[in-house]
Design a protein around this ligand. Structure first.
Ligand code: BGC
Ligand code: CA
Length: 169
């Protein structure tokens, strides 16, 4: 952090210490170690049950909500619904079923958009999806997919599902 000051460790009279004599450490590290002051966002996210997977942190909700309410809940926490950028991130989703992801075509039927504006390039739709079966504009991870690496399904946005928020380190 920019306002950190580097300090020399002088524990010559204290015996055992967390840091070695002669180390240079930043003030934020000292405050974190003492449990006071500014913890990193990552530290407080981890304490709140977020999962770290570089370069992101994820929170799987326990409650179920509509797609928009889910998104609002993520935004309220300073995050957003998960954006699947690569195959590793899709693999991260393997254990989760019937969860919202940050993908919808509400604005323009058939034009799927990620919440952060990332163009939809890699896709892991289940076979035959998205089929807009009765106005389905929001994407979930289907529990019915035979191949979990082809599992996205469009459903009505008012459906109630758990959701995964993503934040960056
Ligand atoms: C879902 C649809 C889906 C279909 C696939 C339905 O229960 O609501 O979104 O396309 O199953 O079989
Ligand atoms: Ca569908």
């Amino acid at each position: 952090m920019a306002e950190d000051i580097l300090v020399d460790v002088d524990n010559s009279e204290e015996g055992r210490s967390y840091w070695d004599q002669g180390d240079k450490i930043s003030t934020s590290k000292i405050f974190n170690k003492m449990g006071i002051g500014r913890h990193s966002k990552k530290d407080s996210r981890l304490a709140d049950g977020w999962i770290a997977r570089k370069p992101s942190l994820y929170k799987v909700s326990s409650e179920k909500r509509s797609w928009q309410e889910s998104r609002d809940s993520c935004l309220n926490m300073g995050a957003d619904l998960i954006v699947v950028n690569d195959i590793e991130e899709q693999k991260f989703l393997l254990p989760y079923k019937n969860v919202w992801i940050g993908l919808s075509d509400t604005d323009n039927e058939g034009v799927w958009k990620w919440v952060d504006g990332t163009p939809l390039t890699i896709k892991y739709w289940a076979p035959g999806e998205p089929n807009n079966a009765g106005n389905e504009d929001c994407a979930e991870i289907s529990s019915k997919a035979a191949n979990p690496m082809k599992a996205w399904n469009d459903v009505p946005c008012y459906s109630s599902f758990q959701y995964i928020c993503e934040d960056h380190f």
